[in-house]
Design a protein around this ligand. Sequence first.
Ligand code: FE2
Length: 193
Amino acid sequence: MSTTTKKLNVNIAVGPAGRAIAQPMDAALVESFQYHLTMERNASADYFAKAIWFAERELNGFALFFNEESKSEQIHASKFADYLIARGQTVLLQDIPAPDQSWSSVEDIMADSFRMESDVTTSLHNLYAIAERSSDMRTTVFLDPNIESQLNSENEFAHLLGRVRFADNQSSAMLIIDGELTAGNHSPLSLSN
Ligand SMILES: [Fe+2]
């Protein structure tokens, strides 16, 4: 179903926000975009809460890492807002609940983060499928680099979860990982570079 509602007097279609649009967006796709944007904002709030959890426990490297992750999730949300605006849609911001801060361990936090990243990937795939069904190539082109960078995030969290599991809750090992994160080292090995 088209979300185009009006026409400018020069016979150019406009979207719900009144901006000129070249191609209407499928209503289900717009709804899923709004939902995805909320997921990114939720992830930002969640990572900020995790940064605080680590700062309270003197694990500054983890705290810095999660603080940066929180900022990049907000940037992801902004990218989706930019895209909806570019397509003439109205961005509808939804409620962001307070994050659940009852984590029991570093491993618990890393596993929770990995699960969250994996849910974001699923949501992106869902957007892609709807865009393909509605022959919306503008959207598939927009999503391609975002999906690739999302896979990198998943890979990174799988790596950090693996490191934390390997540390097995030993303080000295955990402090080594914390030092690595302070130095900005959080990527899995790349054998191809
Ligand atoms: Fe994200």
